[in-house]
Design a protein around this ligand. Structure first.
Ligand code: PLP
Length: 261
C-alpha cells in the first residue's frame, strides 16, 4: 500500500474545530496520513479565544526536522504562524527539505477578533513565505491586508491575485466566502496566467468556525495524493460545501466545521 502523507504546521484549537485539529481530521477523512508541527496552543471554544501560548522557534524547528527527516511529507500546509520568527523558520525549512507542495493559509485573525498573526509579521509572509509557496489560500479580508487593495469588485480581486502571485507563489486561491452580499461563494484560482472559478451556493449560518483551515487542509490532502491544483480545489470545495451545509450544532457560539460531512 502506498501511503500519502501530509504535514500541517499550525496552532492548536482546543475546541477542535479549527487549527491542527481541523487539519488532522480533514487529512484522515481524505485518506492521508496526517502529521503536525504545533506553532502555538490556543485556549478556545465556539465562543472565542481565551488564551494564546506561542511555542519557541526551536520547538517548531525541532518538530519539522523530526518529521521531514524521516517521514517525507508529500504536501505541507501552514495555518497560524503567529510571528516573524516562526515564519522565517518555516521558509528556511521549506527550502532545506525542498517542499514542492506547500499550501499557505495566511491565517491572521480569528472570527472573534483574536490575533493569530502579529500585525508586524505580515511583511514576513510576503517576503519570506510567498516565494516558497505553491498555493496561497487567502480569504477576502486577508487578501486585502496583504495587497492593500479594497476587494469589492471581481476586477479588484483579479488584480489582487496577480499582485499576490508576483510575490512568488505558483497558485493563488482567493476565497469568496466573506462576500456576504452574494448568493454564491465564488473562489478564484489564478495560475499566473488564467483564472478558474469555483462556485458554491452561499449558506447563511454562523457555524463556520474552522472552515478556512479545513478547506486548505483538504486541498493539501488532495495534493498529497498527486492531484492537480484544479482537481484538488474542486474536491476540497465540495468537501467544505458539504461541511457548511450540515453543521454539527454543538457549542453556544460559532459552531465547528463538520469534518464527517
Ligand atoms: N484558531 C486556530 C488555532 C486557527 O488556526 C484558526 C484558523 O484560522 C482559527 C482559530 C480561526 O478560526 P475561525 O474559523 O473561527 O476564524
Amino acid at each position: 500500500m502506498h501511503v500519502h502523507k501530509a504535514l500541517t504546521i499550525a496552532g492548536s484549537d482546543s475546541g477542535g474545530g479549527a487549527g491542527i485539529q481541523a487539519d488532522l481530521k480533514t487529512f484522515q477523512e481524505l485518506s492521508v496520513f496526517g502529521m503536525s508541527a504545533l506553532t502555538a496552543i490556543t485556549a478556545q471554544n465556539t465562543l472565542g479565544v481565551s488564551g494564546i501560548f506561542p511555542l519557541s522557534v526551536e520547538a517548531v524547528a525541532a518538530q519539522i526536522d523530526a518529521v521531514a527527516s524521516d517521514l517525507a511529507p508529500d504536501a505541507v500546509k501552514t495555518g497560524m504562524l503567529f510571528d516573524r520568527g516562526i515564519i522565517a523558520c518555516v521558509s528556511e525549512k521549506a527550502c532545506l527539505y525542498g517542499w514542492e507542495k506547500l499550501v499557505v493559509d495566511p491565517v491572521m485573525i480569528a472570527k472573534g477578533g483574536a490575533p493569530l498573526l502579529k500585525a508586524e509579521s505580515i511583511d514576513a509572509v510576503k517576503t519570506l513565505l510567498l516565494p516558497v509557496t505553491y498555493m496561497l489560500t487567502p480569504n477576502i479580508p486577508e487578501a486585502e491586508v496583504l495587497t492593500g487593495l479594497s476587494l469589492t469588485t471581481i476586477e479588484a480581486r483579479k488584480e489582487a491575485t496577480r499582485m499576490l502571485s508576483s510575490f512568488g507563489c505558483r497558485y493563488v486561491l482567493l476565497k469568496g466566502g466573506h462576500d456576504d452580499c452574494n448568493e454564491y461563494s465564488t473562489d478564484l484560482l489564478f495560475d499566473g496566467t488564467s483564472f478558474t472559478e469555483y462556485v458554491g451556493k452561499r449558506v447563511h449560518t454562523q457555524h463556520t468556525h474552522g472552515t478556512g483551515c479545513t478547506f486548505s487542509a483538504a486541498i493539501t490532502a488532495e495534493l498529497a495524493w498527486g492531484k492537480t491544483p484544479w482537481a484538488a480545489v474542486d474536491t476540497a470545495k465540495q468537501f467544505i460545501q458539504a461541511a457548511i451545509e450540515q453543521p454539527l450544532g454543538i457549542g453556544a457560539g460559532h459552531g465547528p466545521t463538520n469534518h464527517w460531512a
